[in-house]
Design a protein around this ligand. Structure first.
Ligand code: PDD
Length: 322
């Protein structure tokens, strides 16, 4: 029996290769290249319960990144954007109907695509069907105390490969960094490559100095979070100057504020790095402004989606069920 993945249902309904099945019954052959080689990609997208419905947040951007990821590793995208949206909607509906997800509960969609099942051999096999897995589980955002006090982070050398722009399921480097944080009673490990900031084990990292927000530029050394573009937009909305630039370890340690971002964390202030306070040691004004703007963006997108759904036909609104 698998471990409980959801507080509501220990056995959510998942999608695997064309079927909706309980997670405990979902099986992939051991020769799946995801298992054998970590040969696959994934996506993690929030589905908020807001404005009397459930709406996916920034789903077009998540699906565009998924398309880039499969493209970069030579897998043909198994679905169109509309197909993915419908599929996520089906998994949401199945879990809500089975009582595994409350309609008022925020959720997270996890999508994984691997190259498929083939006799073991490193190079791409011919004629295999990708394995497609979709799971929707409750999302637990950071709590008010974490936002009010900020979180502690540690740092380490970034020893991962140089294709960090691919959202690959080959996550051992990230797993080791997350474990390093856990062993040091920290929330996240912030990584440096050759003295330059890259990112966290599962988040992007931002710094504020003298009111200017900055982050490492988009490159193969980081995963471009969907929150990267979002935070650029939000900073413009809040009249906060943003600069994508190389950030040295010394810059980061002298920052007034450090912020981490991801689908599951939204934005969170880092108030301690390697045991030293960040700036004043308290969450800063730029974090507060970005957090408030983020919440407004969620509501605005949910309102627009609900408005759009009202004007759609029944068949189309099923597509917008998420
Ligand atoms: N991780 N960088 C890395 C290495 C990540 O794993 C993530 C997200 C991000 C932020 O991306 P986004 O803003 O799109 O969530 C940056 C997800 C949440 C995960 O692996 O569960």
């Amino acid at each position: 029996m698998s471990a409980a993945v959801s507080d509501v249902s220990p056995d959510p309904v998942v999608y695997l290769n064309g079927e909706l099945v309980p997670l405990s019954e979902a099986r992939v052959p051991v020769l799946d290249r995801g298992f054998i080689f970590g040969d696959g990609i994934y996506e993690v997208a929030p589905l908020y319960a807001l404005e009397g419905g459930r709406t996916a947040f920034r789903l077009p951007q998540h699906l565009a990144r998924l398309a880039r990821s499969v493209d970069k590793i030579g897998i043909v995208n198994p679905f169109s954007n509309d197909g993915w949206r419908k599929l996520i909607g089906r998994v949401v509906n199945a879990n809500e109907a089975a009582g595994g997800l409350r309609a008022d509960q925020d959720a997270i969609a996890y999508i994984q695509v691997t190259r498929g099942v083939a006799k073991r051999g490193h190079a791409f096999p011919a004629g295999v069907q990708p394995t497609v897995f979709v799971m929707v589980t409750p999302l637990h955002l950071p709590d008010a105390a974490q936002r009010a006090q900020g979180v502690r982070c540690v740092s380490a050398e970034d020893r991962r490969w140089l294709n960090c722009d691919i959202k690959s399921v080959s996550l051992l480097g990230n797993v080791l960094m997350a474990q390093f944080a856990a062993e040091n009673d920290a929330f996240e490990t912030i990584q440096f490559r050759d003295g330059m900031l890259t990112e966290g084990s599962s988040s992007n990292v931002w710094m504020v100095k003298d009111g200017v927000l900055s982050a490492p530029p988009r490159s193969n050394k980081i995963l471009e979070g969907i929150r990267y573009g979002l935070i650029e937009e939000l900073s413009a909305e809040c009249a906060i100057r943003f600069e994508a630039r190389e950030i040295t370890e010394a810059d980061l340690r002298a920052a007034d504020e450090i912020i981490v971002s991801s689908a599951t964390k939204e934005v969170l202030p880092v108030t301690q790095l390697d045991g030293q306070p960040v700036g004043s040691g308290k969450p800063g004004a730029v974090f507060a402004a970005l957090y408030a703007a983020y919440q407004r963006a969620k509501v605005k997108e949910a309102q627009e989606a609900q408005q759009g759904a009202k004007h759609e036909s029944a068949e189309q609104s099923e597509r917008l069920a998420v």
